[in-house]
Write a protein that binds this ligand. Structure first.
Ligand code: GCU
Length: 366
C-alpha cells in the first residue's frame, strides 16, 4: 500500500514538473497554474480554507491564474513538497512548523512542550501580524516565505494502550514529526521517538511498528488513526500551527494589485479554516468516541509538564535565535493569563449575583 502510494506520488511529481515546464513556455494558455500541496484530505479544514483561497483568487484574477490543490500528500510527504516549493516546481505548500525547523531555527520554538499557557495566548501570538512578519520572512534565503497560518489544535498522545501518567509512556515507541525538538521532547517524556512522515503513521500503528503517536483529534478521524489506536490522552503538550508557504520568485512576480488579492485570499482562507476547525474538532471527538470506540482520557497535566520542565532552558541555551520570540510569547502568556483571570472574576461575580438572586427567590437550598 505504501509502495503504491509512493509510486503514485512520484508519478504526480513528474506530471507536475512536466506541467510546469510546458506551462512556463506554453503558447496555448496564458494562465499561470498555481499549485498548492497539502498533506490533509479533502474534508479537512485546511482543504476547505484553500478552496476559499482558490475561489477568491479565481474570482478576481481568473483570467490570469488557475489554482490547483493537491491534497492527501499527492505530491509526496510535506518535506518533499517543501523542496518542490523551494525550487518553484509548485507555488504553495501547507507545512507544519516542525517541518520548517531545518530551514530556520526560530521555528523550533513551537515544538517546545507547554510553550503557550492557553489557546488564547497561542492565537494572540499568531494574530500579532507585525511581530510574525519577521518570522514569516526568515526562510527567504531558502527560497520561500510564509504567507499565512492555520490553526491546528492541541497535540495529545494516543496509543493502543491507555496513557494516564508519564510512566505509561516508558518503553512505548511513539511516532513524532521529523524535527529534532519533537524528538527531544518525546524522549524527555520517557518514550522512544520514531520520526516518520504523517502519511506513514496509520500503517505503522496498525502493523505494530510503533505503539502510538501524538496529534490533534482530527488525526483520529480524517486520517483514521482512531481505527488503530483506541486511547487518546489529553496531555495538551503542544500547540503547533501549520503555515502556508509560497515560493519567493512566484511572490515577486506578482504585480502590487495581484499581491493584494493573493494576500486577501490567504487571510480569508485562514478565517474559513479556523471556523471549520471549531466545528470539526467537536465532530471528530464524537465520531471517534461513538463509531471508532476511542476512549478520551483526562490526565493530570502537571505530571507531564514536570517531566519536561527543563526543556525550555535547554533549548534557549542551545539556540539563541529563539530568545526574543520566547520572551515575546511569555509576555503574551502573562497578559492573557491576567485577562482570563479578570474574566473569570467577572463570571464569578455574575454567578454570585445570580446565586444571591436565586437564594432570595427561595430557589436554592441553603
Ligand atoms: C497535523 C498537522 C500537520 C502535520 C501533522 C503531523 O496534522 O496539521 O501539519 O504534518 O500533524 O503530525 O505530521
Amino acid at each position: 500500500m505504501n509502495r503504491v502510494r509512493k509510486l503514485f506520488s512520484i508519478i504526480m511529481c513528474v506530471v507536475v514538473a512536466a506541467g510546469c515546464l510546458s506551462g512556463c513556455s506554453s503558447l496555448q494558455s496564458e494562465k499561470k497554474i498555481v499549485r498548492i500541496a497539502l498533506g490533509q484530505s479533502e474534508t479537512h479544514p485546511e482543504y476547505l480554507g484553500l478552496l476559499e483561497f482558490e475561489e477568491y483568487v479565481e474570482e478576481h484574477l481568473g483570467d490570469k491564474f488557475e489554482v490547483e490543490i493537491f491534497p492527501n500528500e499527492l505530491l509526496g510527504s510535506t518535506q518533499k513538497a517543501i523542496e518542490l516549493t523551494q525550487t518553484g516546481a509548485i507555488d504553495f505548500t501547507v507545512a507544519g512548523t516542525a517541518n520548517l525547523e531545518t530551514f530556520t531555527e526560530v521555528y523550533e520554538i513551537f515544538s517546545m512542550p507547554y510553550l503557550f499557557d492557553s489557546v488564547e495566548a497561542y492565537v494572540a501570538t499568531m494574530e500579532d501580524e507585525e511581530y510574525m512578519e519577521d518570522i514569516y520572512e526568515s526562510t527567504e534565503e531558502a527560497g520561500f516565505k510564509v504567507v499565512t497560518w492555520y490553526y491546528a489544535g492541541t497535540r495529545n498522545f494516543y496509543a493502543k494502550k491507555p496513557i494516564n501518567t508519564p510512566d505509561d509512556l516508558k518503553g512505548l515507541k511513539i511516532r513524532v514529526q521529523q524535527s529534532p525538538a519533537s524528538i527531544s521532547m518525546t524522549k524527555a517524556f520517557g518514550a522512544a521517538a520514531a520520526p516518520m512522515s504523517f502519511g506513514e503513521v496509520y500503517t505503522a500503528i496498525q502493523q505494530g511498528v510503533i505503539d502510538g503517536a501524538e496529534n490533534n483529534e482530527l488525526a483520529l478521524t480524517n486520517n483514521k488513526h482512531g481505527e488503530v489506536a483506541k486511547y487518546y490522552s489529553y496531555t495538551r503538550h503542544q500547540m503547533l500551527p501549520d503555515m502556508l508557504i509560497a515560493n519567493d520568485r512566484f511572490l515577486e512576480s506578482l504585480t502590487d494589485e495581484e499581491e493584494r488579492i493573493f494576500e486577501e485570499a490567504a487571510r480569508r482562507s485562514t478565517q474559513v479554516e479556523r471556523e471549520e476547525w471549531e466545528k470539526q474538532e467537536k465532530e471528530a471527538k464524537d465520531i471517534a468516541a461513538k463509531d471508532m470506540k476511542v476512549q478520551f482520557l483526562e490526565v493530570d497535566m502537571d505530571l507531564f509538564k514536570n517531566k519536561v520542565s527543563g526543556i525550555h532552558q535547554e533549548m534557549l541555551k542551545e539556540n539563541a535565535s529563539i530568545r526574543d520570540f520566547y520572551d515575546h510569547i511569555q509576555e503574551i502568556n502573562k497578559r492573557t493569563r491576567t485577562d482570563i483571570v479578570g474574566n473569570n472574576k467577572t463570571i464569578m461575580k455574575v454567578q454570585t449575583t445570580d446565586t444571591i438572586r436565586s437564594s432570595k427567590e427561595g430557589e436554592l437550598e441553603v
